[in-house]
Design a protein. Structure first.
Length: 133
């Protein structure tokens, strides 16, 4: 099942098609004038053969039937992909980044990633224990 099967209206942005729930999330985030910027790819199939993704100038929106469509970018995205992105032990993203006290958190199917500015230009990152076993 492709993200496009859930589509209400598929559109072309900056020369690339953005489909289904990925497009819905992209529009909700401001489209090409939002944080993600213009798409750099059309819809790509993830290595698991189930999920999809579209890569943008400033991040990627990942979709799966169990998690929906959520953006990943920056240091949280790098930390997540160091573990294998969606194929790693954390699973797909399930939320936006959110500010919680002095840190930024993002939920994934099996954990939460935490980012916190340490002193100077150093940053601290960690994740909760894996809840998927």
């Amino acid at each position: 099942m492709s993200a496009s099967t859930v589509a209400r209206a598929d559109g072309t942005y900056c020369g690339h098609e953005v489909l289904g729930e990925i497009e819905n999330r992209y529009i909700a985030m401001g489209g090409s004038s939002g944080k993600l910027g213009c798409p750099r790819t059309g819809e790509l199939t993830n290595p698991d053969g189930v999920g999809r993704r579209t890569q943008f100038e400033n991040g990627t929106i990942y979709w799966s039937p169990r998690s929906g469509a959520w953006p990943v970018w920056g240091e949280i995205g790098e930390y997540w992909c160091a573990d294998g992105c969606e194929a790693g032990s954390m699973g797909y993203p399930t939320s936006y980044e959110r500010n919680v006290g002095s840190e930024i958190q993002q939920s994934f199917q099996c954990t939460v990633i935490h980012w916190q500015r340490a002193s100077g230009s150093a940053n601290k990152m960690w994740r909760d224990p894996n809840t998927c076993g």
